[in-house]
Design a protein around this ligand. Structure first.
Ligand SMILES: Cc1ncc(COP(=O)(O)O)c(C=O)c1O
Length: 477
């Protein structure tokens, strides 16, 4: 080791690298038999991890042990086959190696001159996604860190192209089930709260288009400037899909921008069933989709696609003098299509994993999630005292333990306790949300390595826990 040059010897690099690869292989293969992972209190972790800036350095073996014992041992495994909370990230080993290569070669993906091969891989991978989403050939896009930044980037393009950045009087519409990143993006873009109009949803948590049309009419009468509708292709809460075709028609008639947030749900387009459900998605002016969700990539890779690739450069291009050598005619500089100049080579992992497994494997994997959510729904419907709140939609199901003898408030408390108990047990992880003022449980089942048994055992456990808590309550009463 030569500390002054921040350098390991080749043998040390091999030793360190092989150790890390062995650890990861073990992680991937033993995951189904392990707990879903844990969390820890801040004081406990401060005690384990906080230290003064190390001056002299220590062996990589010691640091690696510390990472395993104190860091990765205190995280949840969102790639675990029984991790059903929020939107999991099933990941895959090929992509992990892709990330390692991208980082190892420290590829600069902002400029063609600096990373021509990487830029071509990104263009090719984007072409694949454009095709899979059924968008027109002239579409373009870029990879970003995740769905929040994809939404921000898409809405920045909408504001630039549709409004020429003059946002006064402009109004944006989206349903009350829309992901919070959308509101945050609009806030960053300087829209005032009164310019964001939340449209109520129907009984299936889909944007109510009758209400939307009435609102647009009302706003026009008030000389406001309707400009954009943000539609959901899979809400985070329930997997609900807004009526995309109808929203497209409204956008056409009213000359509005159609942004679709398909951060997790757009991947449903890989299955025939999903294509039926997501009809209209391909008309999006801008579309958010996250490969680090249902396209099985490790964090961070989100994606924005737009219907005309020039919209990106029109919004973001600049040519500072210090980059004057980097602009040749046919070259493609991704730094001119989004917010980042320095960008990591995110496309590599997706490109490599699609090449290694083939897109048919990805299609089957998406279909598996759709199927397992239906298995979960069937199992829950067979249980006494449980009700399905929203049926399986794009891999998500919501449900609730609701014995008729309890009040709704008591059932809220019991359902919260069920989640807390599952978190403690670490057999499976799921989360709760609120729908129509009721606490409901929610499973998002999108991991291709999840088995029917994983789903059924998890639901049996939920049922046991629910009964136990209910019984205790009766004894106390
Ligand atoms: C529908 C939807 N949009 C946006 C996001 C935000 O994505 P990210 O967490 O990658 O920023 C999420 C995250 O779950 C989501 O489900």
């Amino acid at each position: 080791m030569d500390r002054n040059r921040l350098e390991l010897t080749p043998d040390e690099m091999r030793d360190f690298g092989y150790q890390v690869v062995d650890i990861l292989v073990e992680h991937f293969y033993s995951l189904p038999d392990k707990p879903t992972g844990k969390t820890a209190s801040r004081p406990a972790l401060e005690k384990l991890i906080e230290m003064p800036v190390p001056t002299k350095g220590e062996s990589y073996d010691a640091v690696l042990q510390d990472v395993l014992q104190h860091v990765t041992d205190n995280v949840m495994h969102l790639d675990h086959p029984r991790f059903f909370a929020w939107v999991p990230s099933p990941s895959n080993f090929v992509s992990v190696m892709g990330d390692l290569l991208a980082s190892g070669f420290n590829v600069f993906s902002g400029l063609w001159l600096a990373g021509a091969g990487a830029a071509q891989v990104e263009l090719t991978t984007l072409h694949w996604l454009i095709q899979l989403m059924g968008m027109p050939q002239e579409s373009g896009g870029l990879f970003v860190s995740g769905g929040s930044v994809a939404n921000l980037t898409g809405l920045t393009v909408a504001k630039h192209i549709k409004l020429n950045n003059a946002i006064e009087q402009a109004v944006v519409y989206f349903s009350d089930q829309t992901h919070a990143s959308v509101e945050r993006a609009l806030k960053i873009l300087n829209f005032a709260p009164h310019q964001l109009v939340k449209i109520p949803t129907d009984t299936h948590y889909r944007l109510n288009t009758k209400h939307l049309k009435r609102q647009i009419l009302k706003d026009r009468k008030l000389h406001k400037r309707p400009f954009c509708i943000i539609a959901n292709a899979g809400t985070t809460n329930t997997g609900a899909i807004d009526p995309l075709e109808e929203i497209h028609e409204i956008c056409k008639q009213e000359d509005l921008w159609m942004h679709v947030d398909g951060a997790y749900g757009a991947a449903g387009m890989l299955s025939q069933e999903g294509q039926q459900l997501l009809k209209g998605l391909s008309h999006a002016d801008s579309l958010t989709l996250d490969p680090h969700k249902w396209l099985f990539q490790p964090y961070e890779i989100g994606c924005l696609l737009v219907k005309e690739k020039e919209w990106l450069t029109r919004t973001f291009e600049n040519r500072p003098t210090y980059l004057r050598d980097t602009q040749q005619k046919e070259e493609y500089n991704f730094s001119n299509t989004g917010i980042q100049l320095t960008r990591s080579f995110r496309a590599l992992k997706l490109w490599m994993s699609i090449r290694v497994f083939g897109i048919d494997a990805f299609k089957d994997a998406v279909g598996h999630g759709l199927y397992l959510a239906k298995v979960a729904e069937k199992k829950i419907r067979q249980l006494p005292d449980w009700e399905v709140i929203t049926p399986a939609q794009l891999g998500i199901i919501t449900f609730r333990f609701s014995p008729a003898s309890n009040s709704e408030k008591e059932n809220d408390q019991i359902n919260k306790k069920i989640v807390a108990s599952m978190i403690r047990e670490q057999y499976a992880m799921l989360s709760s949300t609120i729908l129509d003022q009721k606490t409901v449980l929610r499973m998002c089942i999108i991991n291709p390595r999840t088995t029917i048994e994983d789903v059924e055992h998890t639901i049996s456990k939920l049922s046991e826990i629910g009964q136990k808590i209910s019984l205790k309550k009766k004894i106390i009463v």
